[in-house]
Design a binder for this molecule. Structure first.
Ligand code: GLP
Length: 242
């Protein structure tokens, strides 16, 4: 594991974007595993800047997202599909046909999970998986207690996750209770992982996930076992690391 601590979120976002830039230079058709949440937004802004400056070409890149709320259509402004278009895809030259996100409004959720697994497999796996981390240690929407062995699956969101994500909704009642998420197995199969965390409120979970025991009650702790993990932290999120 390589831990890189930045003095500011700006510095962190730039460093994060450079990982994608380097990958796409050497592998223009790379499969990018992308994440939602507020943490990656700054990094996505840097990717957009680099694209506009002619430094990155996404024309052959593929994107697979970690998760989607069950019950929200792709046009719902709270859906992760909308989030990705708004914060990245519509600003770069990635082909929308190459952007994959689980569909949260299918009748057969289990079949959708199997379809998503087939998509990832057909792309040859993920080259670089970007991850944020929830306050309870969730990655994607793999909540505490979820097994480390699952592929894409439906989840009931933890109370803490619902409260944390309520800030994006009109009220907490509007936050979906369920989601489809790539499993820990799928995340761990990525060839490389970039975990990003910022802010003092993440310092405790960052310490527990990276320095504590590997335990499904802290899903992010499994990342300690990944052979190619880079962790980008700002100084506040790194505050509890020795
Ligand atoms: C959501 C997403 C996660 C993300 C987490 C943290 O629950 N499913 O992928 O890591 O939020 O979000 P934030 O970066 O806003 O703290």
């Amino acid at each position: 594991m390589e831990i890189v601590i930045s003095n500011s979120a700006d510095e962190l976002n730039l460093k994060g974007a450079e990982y994608f830039e380097r990958l796409l230079l050497t592998k223009p058709d790379a499969v990018l595993g992308l994440a939602t949440g507020s943490t990656p937004i700054g990094l996505y802004n840097e990717l957009i800047k680099k694209y506009k400056a002619g430094k990155i070409d996404f024309s052959r890149a593929k994107a697979v997202n970690l998760d989607e709320y069950i019950g929200l259509s792709q046009s719902d402004i709270q859906s992760y599909s909308y989030f990705m278009r708004q914060n990245l895809f519509s600003h770069i030259n990635i082909d929308p046909a190459n952007c994959h996100i689980p569909n949260g409004i299918v009748d057969d959720i289990d079949e959708e999970c199997r379809r998503y697994e087939r998509v990832i497999k057909s792309l040859g796996g993920i080259d670089l998986q970007l991850l944020g981390i929830g306050h309870d240690g969730h990655i994607g929407f793999n909540e505490p207690g979820d097994s480390f062995e699952k592929g894409t699956h439906p989840v009931e969101l933890a109370r803490e996750t619902i409260s944390a994500n309520a800030r994006f909704f009109e009220s907490i009642e509007k936050v979906p209770r369920r989601a489809i998420t790539m499993g820990i197995k799928g995340i761990m199969n990525a060839k490389s992982i970039l975990l990003v965390a910022t802010g003092a409120d993440k310092a405790s979970i960052v310490r527990r996930a990276l320095m504590g025991p590997i335990d499904p009650r802290i899903p992010g702790s499994v990342l300690q076992l990944h052979p190619n993990l880079t962790v980008l932290l700002d100084i506040s999120a790194a505050g509890e690391l020795q």
